[in-house]
Design a binder for this molecule. Structure first.
Ligand SMILES: [Zn+2]
Length: 558
């Protein structure tokens, strides 16, 4: 132990494993959003009271940054180790086998990389997708750079998709001090938690020190896009990217330097580690000409469909091609525009793309050339049946998933009920009103990150925060300029919009609104003693496509 080596807190192995994992997960340059996995081998009593060796390994669908003890399913090691004698095993057989070795029946599925952890004899194993390591491997002479940076006692495994074969390959290199997985990441181990953790940190530091000797390319700075250009771009993009369902957009200005580079085509064409492809697709779209957005997306889609067609024979039975639309767009003068079905996923996608783009850009800077998986390997990962099955079993989107709703009169009495009901349907909300305290209260009851309290320009604020808008609900009269801007924005997106107004007596909150092309308008008439939850339900119905055939009606409530 060196003096700088931190002690990992915790009274038990499981507590230390949780803390070790969170320490790795806290550093985005090591892993992001579900990437990587960790494990410890412990002694536990089974249901018959026998002491047995148990592998505690990261469960599928967990995140190292936030993982807790329940994120580590246990597997009986004496049942896993006989698999070392096998020559090969399919993903399906492996998953079925692992399910029979669980300590707690019904616990979450263990990581697909479970056997890699089981086959290494060391008590503690850490696997990360460290940026600095991927920079070393994602270049034509990767092997030479890995040894020059990390030493000859670190072994390199050629690329293969995670599973039984990779676990066997790594196990054969247990005599080395660590293993680098080509185009993928790093595996370290140790007899103590600290040893395994520190090994990762030390190797990453060595990789960084090695890379620091290569001069970075001179930064290119392009002219800033104006606010008007950004808003127009977001509306146009959102209209096109919402073809398969409404999308939330997020602008990541932290990637401005990457987006301004001369070689964005090369940066956009690869990922830092294959895992990223599952979230952000195989490639980003480098946008070259703001006046040809639709054409550039069409060309991107044509290339994607060509790639799918070339590998059609490898497409597992019963699976269709995924959407050909880009999920990440590099925009010179701005940064990155990321898309997703909700604000949280969209921001995650932006962060994942930042890692991928940075790894590729750094490899280009240091070595002048990048190397990446063959197209066959990309396809085998992109259409990995094991991962696609997870998508197929995912719940279907909510009625207002990816929708942005302007809520006028968000400070009135019905607003808390309406806002929460719309949010439950998946809506993102822009709250308009004058009573700041009341607006804040409405917002505080909503899930984090899906709403904003509007200032003077609600439509522009909606575009900047979420990429566009879909619905205007007026619980109270809304300013004419807001209505006018809403209409213009809907037109620019080329998407159908919805207006819902509240009527009490002869008064309507949507005065002077005539029939607008592409905008469906209905009202609710609220009786004095109406139950607020029924008001909210009626508005949610009229705001969503569940009422798509309904226009020009007034729905009485109460
Ligand atoms: Zn991995």
């Amino acid at each position: 132990m060196t003096e700088t080596q931190p002690t990992i807190p915790g009274g038990t192995d499981l507590e230390k494993l949780v803390n070790r994992s969170r320490m790795l997960g806290a550093d985005k340059t090591l892993v992001v959003h579900g990437g990587g996995n960790t494990s410890s081998k412990t002694r536990e009593r089974d249901h018959l009271g026998r002491e047995r060796d148990v592998l505690r390994v990261k469960g599928s669908g967990t995140d190292l940054k936030t993982i807790g003890a329940d994120g580590f399913p246990g597997l009986y090691l004496d049942e896993l180790l006989p698999l070392r004698e096998r020559e090969a095993m399919s993903d399906e057989d492996m998953v079925a086998y692992l399910a029979r070795c669980m300590v707690e029946p019904g616990s979450r599925n263990p990581s697909i990389e479970t056997l890699l952890h089981a086959f290494l004899r060391a008590r503690h194993v850490d696997h990360t997708h460290a940026d600095a390591i991927c920079v070393l491997t994602n270049t034509p002479e990767g092997q030479r750079h890995v040894h020059a940076a990390l030493g000859d006692d670190v072994a390199i495994v050629p690329y293969s998709r995670p599973g039984f074969g990779l676990a066997r390959d790594v196990a054969q290199l247990a005599g080395s001090s660590a293993v680098v997985l080509a185009w993928h990441g790093l595996v370290t181990w140790g007899d103590t938690h600290e040893e395994s953790y520190q090994r990762t940190i030390n190797l990453v530091q060595r990789a960084e020190a090695y890379l620091a000797q290569f001069p970075a390319s001179a930064p290119v700075v392009r002219e800033d896009l104006s606010q008007e250009q950004v808003e127009a771009l977001l509306l146009e993009l959102r209209g096109i990217l919402s073809r398969d369902g409404r999308r939330i957009l997020h602008v990541d200005r932290s990637q401005r330097a990457i987006a301004d580079r001369n070689d964005i085509d090369a940066v956009a064409a690869r990922r830092g580690t294959p895992d990223h492809m599952l979230r952000i697709g195989t490639k980003s779209l480098p946008l070259h000409d703001l006046s040809r957005v639709a054409e550039e997306i069409a060309a991107f889609e044509e290339k994607y469909l060509g790639y799918v067609a070339r590998h059609q024979h490898l497409l597992p039975a019963g699976l269709n091609a995924m959407s050909s639309l880009p999920r990440i767009i590099l925009v010179p003068g701005l940064g990155v525009v990321a898309t997703g079905p909700d604000a949280k996923t969209t921001k995650m996608n932006a962060e994942i793309s930042a890692r991928s783009h940075s790894v590729t850009a750094r490899a280009l800077d240091a070595f002048g050339a990048v190397d990446w998986l063959s197209e066959d390997e990309v396809f085998a990962f992109d259409y990995w049946p094991l991962e696609l099955r997870k998508l197929q079993t995912a719940p279907s989107p909510r009625p207002l998933s990816g929708h942005v709703v302007l809520l006028g009169g968000a400070d009135n009495g019905y607003a808390p009920h309406v806002a929460q009901r719309l949010a439950a349907d998946g809506a993102h909300l822009v709250l308009i009103g004058s009573d700041a305290a009341q607006l804040e209260q409405v917002q505080s009851a909503l899930p984090a990150g899906i709403s904003l309290v509007a200032g003077s320009y609600p439509v522009a604020e909606a575009i900047r925060a979420f990429g566009g808008l879909d619905v205007l609900v007026a619980l109270a009269p809304v300013e004419g300029t807001v209505l006018a801007n809403f209409t213009v924005a809907m037109h620019r997106q080329g998407l159908d919009g919805v207006l819902v107004g509240v009527r009490s007596g002869e008064e309507t909150a949507l005065r002077d609104v005539s029939e607008l092309a592409g905008v469906r308008r209905n009202d609710v008439a609220i009786a004095d003693d109406a139950d607020p939850s029924l008001v909210a339900e009626s508005i949610a119905f009229l705001a969503s496509s569940r009422s798509s055939g309904t226009r020009g009606v007034t729905l009485p409530v109460g």
